[in-house]
Design a protein. Structure first.
Length: 253
């Protein structure tokens, strides 16, 4: 049989079926119902209790913020401390520690002061020599070194070239620091100035009211090389005391 094609009118009368609306799940209404139940329960709570809960919540939030802030501040402070410590240690190394400790003890000098003087004088270079002729770790001049050798009964066979030897240099240098410390009653500033400028200059400054109001305390150091040197040594001294030679607590009787 020959099949006939549907006419245009038939095609117009046929419509596509509309999609069925999605079925509403029973679970769809549950959130709204849950919210309504919770709202009803909250409404049943007395006003004073609701206010108390709100205050407690705000207090807990504020305390949490304070705790987080304090933790952050403490963390940042520790980070800065560690960075500063690393910087201090890198710029204040310590070599020849055994020699420094040994001869500082023999001469009654703080090893931190000896270390600071060596750092500022030679940067721990045993072969260092200044334009004025000072030699070695503690940059001793020839007259001072000769005097130290005679005072230590080492003048026999002594040579200024021995000042390039770290042990000889530290032994002579700490002897001189010990001498200055006894002469100036342990006043570190006067000791340091005497080491750099000579004890005679320190005596002159102490006799000048411009620098010493009482003739005992060196309140001001004249501007110049000694003032800069003394400040550098004093700063280094504090760092060596802090990291390498902290003061030991005195033993209780």
């Amino acid at each position: 049989m020959t099949q006939q094609s549907p006419s245009a009118g038939t095609l117009r009368r046929r419509r596509r079926p509309r999609p069925a609306p999605p079925r509403r799940s029973l679970a769809a209404g549950r959130p709204a119902a849950f919210v309504r139940r919770q709202a009803a329960l909250f409404a049943a709570v007395p006003l004073w209790l609701r206010a108390g809960i709100a205050v407690l919540a705000c207090t807990a939030l504020a305390l949490s913020c304070i705790l987080v802030t304090r933790t952050y501040i403490a963390h940042e402070a520790e980070r800065r401390r560690l960075e500063q410590e690393a910087t201090d240690l890198a710029s204040h190394p310590l070599y020849f520690k055994d020699l420094i400790v040994r001869y500082a003890a023999e001469n009654g000098v703080d090893p931190a002061l000896v270390s600071a003087v060596i750092l500022c004088e030679s940067s721990f270079d045993p072969q260092a020599e200044s334009r004025l002729g000072a030699r070695g770790l503690m940059q001793l001049m020839e007259p001072t070194a000769q005097w130290a050798a005679e005072s230590l009964n080492e003048d026999e066979g002594y040579s200024f070239d021995l000042l390039y030897d770290p042990e000889t240099n530290v032994r002579f240098g700490t002897w001189y620091l010990g001498y200055l410390s006894r002469r100036f009653d342990g006043d570190i500033l006067k000791v340091v100035c005497g080491y750099h400028a000579g004890q005679g200059n320190v005596d002159a400054w102490l006799a000048n009211p411009k620098y010493s109001p009482d003739g005992v305390t060196l309140q001001n150091v004249p501007e110049g090389g000694t003032s800069t040197y003394a400040q550098r040594v004093m700063n280094a001294y504090e760092i060596y005391r802090k990291y390498y030679f902290p003061p030991q607590p005195s033993a209780m009787a």
